[in-house]
Design a protein around this ligand. Structure first.
Ligand SMILES: *Cc1c(COP(=O)(O)O)cnc(C)c1O
Length: 382
């Protein structure tokens, strides 16, 4: 099958207008033309983050944004509580450890959501805690955490609540100010529907104060320098001109379309994926499934890693497999990016064919299944 479909939880399929913008001739970043784009983007990022605070742009992947939040707030030996419920939680705990923090890991079984009471107990026992780290959506298990409840608990203490929203910001409601988040990271190639290469960090007033005293050495990610540059209408280092121009388009699109409508579109894809895969016998892995990405358990009778590769090689559908303890056990289908109904139907069609090729679903009539898929989308319009 020819036309490839990319439904990974990042990078994601690009809007045709984004592809056009990325092919435009280069302009210099110290020009009035770019200055006015940057000004608008910095303003509209606040809208995306649902905050009155400044949101910073880094030319880095999402992990750079995670590191930035830590190096700007951490002093060596600070007590950090890391909620670890998958690969990305582990990564943030590792970064904090490397910078000399005293890190306690609160391990959550993969696929489970954190019980906020556990965090409350920890903070009661350890009032010297400076930072709490959590993913909004732990992408490796497609699981969401109760960020609003955690925010309420943590706001009563001196600790900063730093949230990795890389597969949440731009995909489902996560309001930085209303949820009492002190530091929020987003990434361009996931919820923000652009190519890889930008990360975004928003800091609350509480965090900006801590930042002034944080003693971790930093250079590239020094946000105080970046802030001064932004106040002069510039970025501190060279700007990622093309990506920021494309970002300008995405932010205007979200503003015109409305965040709520956009989130409803993403959720509709997640609902479709859950319901239509249940009909193929594929169950949800997560106990608190995210609307940005769905993890489906594969039948234990097949080699999941082989199946994923086969789906890509034979049917040109790219989804992600599982990592570490989930290797070969799940596939993860992303719902972020430029996804049309045809992509959704075609993905289910090819997935059904691939499962049949693996000697599963012997009784399934693929044509009538595809009709069911079409019908669901028609009955549940955007
Ligand atoms: C993808 C992802 C990251 C890492 O982002 P990179 O852009 O690969 O550095 C971190 N956290 C979460 C939740 C992610 O989904």
């Amino acid at each position: 099958m020819s036309n490839p479909i990319l439904l990974a939880p990042g990078p994601v399929q690009l809007h045709p207008e984004v592809q056009k913008i990325l092919s435009q001739p280069m302009i210099h970043h110290r020009t009035p033309e770019f200055d006015s784009i940057l000004k608008r983007v910095l303003e509209n990022l606040k809208f995306l983050f649902q905050t009155n605070s400044h949101v910073y742009i880094h030319s880095s992947t999402g992990s750079g944004g995670m590191e930035s939040l830590l190096v700007n707030t951490l002093s060596p030996k600070d007590r950090v509580l890391a909620i670890v419920s998958g690969k990305f939680g582990e990564r943030w705990a590792e970064i904090a450890t490397i910078y000399g923090a005293h890190v306690d890991r609160l391990n959550v079984p993969w696929g489970d959501s954190i019980n906020p009471g556990q965090v409350e107990d920890y903070l009661n026992q350890h009032p010297d805690t400076k930072i709490v780290l959590c993913q909004a959506c732990e992408t490796s298990t497609a699981t969401t955490h109760p960020i609003r409840q955690l925010g309420e608990i943590i706001a009563k203490t001196q600790a900063l609540f730093l949230v990795d929203g890389i597969t949440a910001v731009g995909a489902y409601p996560l309001q930085m100010d209303a949820f009492l988040i002190d530091g929020l990271v987003a990434g361009s190639q996931k919820g923000i529907m652009l190519p890889t290469g930008l990360s975004f960090v928003g800091l609350s007033a509480k965090t900006e104060k801590v930042m002034e005293k944080a003693t971790t050495p930093r250079y590239y990610f020094d946000l105080s320098k970046e802030k001064k540059a932004n106040q002069n209408g510039e970025t501190f280092f060279s700007s990622s001109v093309s990506l920021i121009k494309a970002l300008d388009f995405i932010l205007l699109l979200l503003k015109t379309h409305g965040l709520e409508k956009h989130f409803a579109d993403v959720k509709r894809r997640a609902d479709f994926t859950r319901i239509m895969n249940a009909k193929l016998g594929l169950k949800l892995f997560s106990k608190s499934p995210s609307d940005s990405v769905t993890a489906l358990l594969l039948p234990s009778t097949i080699d999941g890693a082989k199946f994923r590769t086969y789906l890509e090689d034979k049917y040109s559908v790219t989804v992600m497999g599982g990592q570490d303890q989930l290797k070969g056990k799940i596939i993860r289908i992303g719902h972020m990016g430029f996804i049309l109904d045809d992509h959704l139907i075609e993905t289910q069609f090819r997935l059904a064919l691939a499962l049949k090729d693996f000697n599963l679903l012997k009784d399934l009539d693929v044509n009538s299944y595809v009709n069911d898929c079409r019908k669901w989308l028609k009955d549940n319009p955007r």
